[in-house]
Design a protein around this ligand. Structure first.
Ligand code: SF4
Length: 531
């Protein structure tokens, strides 16, 4: 007879941060809602975790504090220090963890202590330990800077770290944040590469990047949650969409003279458009964007089955040096299993065509943990991709989000407990790349990634300025197209403006979108951002 699950509880006392607690609970138990201040969980054995705080601070105050929105009077109401107390009670007895923290770090501390308690209870050790954020490299960089400032409290932003700074940071990542040794080393190495690229951009001088989105693909892959239309079924909208994006580009860049640092055409798959319309799209948008001598242009050709010699010529003639051709897997059966309707042969043909067209900077994406993949499928695919010698390879971990076909049986809400074979495969893949000269240059994590693993870009050259700047929240972004996000940075905080995701709404409202975006950009003119 199947044994029924026991009841376990996590109770928040005197602290309202249920959303921060839910981030951690989700990792171990899947999507869970708190009932008031209590999480009721199914578990193999009963346990209770009590989380209490020495001071009660309303979550709204914490939220606004973290967004730099508090007045001086409100700040003065905050306690200097809060003591957090986490107590785990189970059949083995009781364990307690305590930490004194500042209000601005309350959520971070709560997540860390709760993660430690749940890890103790369940035995699950995640590769990134208690780090739950999207950018672990940011944490590594903060720690490095903290160590450097202890040595040299006067000089700011030198980004020059001693071997002692690095060793102390590694130690803290492993011992305090419980990050595994390989991930701590990866975070440190990638943080340095990211910083080097970011140093080529000067946001205070008005530097920014541009994203141009086309939400069409030839068909939809099962793991994709992106709102993307089929270029076949929506053929009649394609023309209107292209004209709308060109109109938006002209309207926005009319008043902007400063050239961007990088321009990225992404999607969906921009190369889903047939050649004539593709040429109109690329040229029409680029004509509106101010020209500069060293702008990084990238085309995400994405699906190999959309790439033709004609489109590659258009991309080259428009000045693009970087192109992405994304196989995701180099096994036909796996591609079929995830509904990705192209073959390995399509990928090889597309790469050869790109080389013939003169592209010397090709990125290729792979995904670890695809359902239906062979156990060695990811590493096998990596070896096949390495034979094609692309300049960059981005290793992704499968992340099933709401709205993907794969989510139909609720997989996006499942917990993503660490699977040792998947963790080993990712480490082995990174090792193989390092051995032949690739280095990590950017890294981010997605909340629902399998085993809590990362996405990491490797390159034999400096990597992509766009990728690093986009992820950094330090550089302004002008986003064009439906669903595109524009972002401005002010006093260290990112403010975002979203274009409508619905295609028809975007097409119909493009003129008012232009006005709204101009206002958004103008609001910041004369402050730190002067686009
Ligand atoms: S090619 Fe990319 S954007 Fe298009 S459906 Fe597949 S995963 Fe989604």
């Amino acid at each position: 007879m199947k044994q029924s699950k026991q009841q376990a509880q996590i109770v928040l006392v005197n602290i309202g941060e249920t959303a921060a607690a839910a981030d951690v609970v989700r990792q171990f138990f899947g999507n869970t809602q708190a009932d008031g201040q209590v999480f009721n969980l199914p578990a193999d054995e009963p346990f209770t975790i009590h989380i209490s705080s020495s001071e009660e601070v309303p979550p709204d105050l914490i939220r606004r504090l973290m967004r730099n929105e508090l007045t001086a009077a409100e700040k003065s109401l905050l306690p200097e220090v809060i003591e957090l107390n986490v107590r785990l009670q189970n059949k083995a007895g009781q364990r307690t963890w305590r930490e004194q923290t500042k209000p601005a770090n309350l959520r971070r501390s709560l997540r860390r202590l709760l993660h430690i308690a749940l890890s103790e209870q369940t035995g699950h050790k995640f590769p990134w330990g208690t780090l739950s954020g999207v950018r672990p490299t940011q944490v590594a960089l903060e720690l490095l800077e903290e160590k450097r400032l202890k040595r040299d409290p006067v000089t700011r932003n030198t980004f020059s770290y001693s071997s002692e700074d690095k060793a102390a940071t590694l130690r803290e990542l492993e011992e305090y944040w419980k990050v595994s040794q390989p991930k701590a080393a990866l975070a440190l190495e990638t943080a340095a590469a990211e910083q080097k690229l970011l140093n080529t951009i000067d946001p205070l001088a008005g530097d920014y990047i541009v994203y141009v989105g086309l939400p069409f693909c030839p068909s939809r892959c099962d793991y994709c949650s992106f709102i993307t239309e089929s270029a076949v079924s929506q053929a009649t909208s394609l023309n209107d969409y292209v004209e709308a994006v060109i109109t938006e580009a002209k309207g926005i860049f009319q008043a902007i003279k400063h050239p961007p640092s990088a321009v990225y055409f992404g999607g969906g798959t921009p190369t889903s458009l047939e050649e004539n319309l593709f040429a109109r799209y690329v040229k029409g948008v680029l004509q509106a964007i101010p020209e500069g001598s060293d702008i990084e242009y990238t085309m995400e050709a994405g699906r190999p089955d959309t790439i033709t010699a004609g489109k590659l010529r258009i991309i080259r003639e428009a000045g693009f040096k970087k192109i992405c051709i994304n196989p995701q897997s180099m096994i036909d059966e796996t591609l079929t299993a995830v509904g990705r309707r192209h073959s390995v042969a399509d990928t090889v043909t597309a790469v050869n065509l790109a080389r013939e067209a003169g592209f010397k900077d090709i990125n290729m994406d792979l995904i670890a943990g695809l359902p239906g993949d062979r156990k060695d499928g990811f590493l096998y695919s990596l070896d096949r991709v390495m034979e094609l010698k692309p300049e960059a390879i981005t290793l992704h971990t499968l992340s099933v989000k709401r709205g993907a076909f794969l989510d139909e049986d609720g997989k996006a809400g499942d917990p993503f407990l660490p699977q040792s074979w998947l963790i080993r495969q990712m480490e082995e893949a990174q090792q193989r790349l390092r051995l032949i000269g690739y280095k990590p240059y950017y890294l981010y994590r997605q909340k629902t990634a399998r085993s809590g693993l990362e996405n990491v870009g490797f390159s034999v050259n400096q990597g992509s300025i766009y990728n690093v700047a986009m992820m950094s929240d330090e550089v302004a972004v002008i986003g064009l197209g439906s669903g595109a996000t524009s972002k401005l940075i002010r006093k260290g905080r990112a403010d975002r403006l979203y274009n409508p995701k619905d295609l028809q709404t975007y097409i119909e409202r493009v003129e008012s979108i232009i006005l709204q975006k101009r206002d958004f950009l103008m609001e910041f003119a004369g402050e730190e951002i002067c686009i």
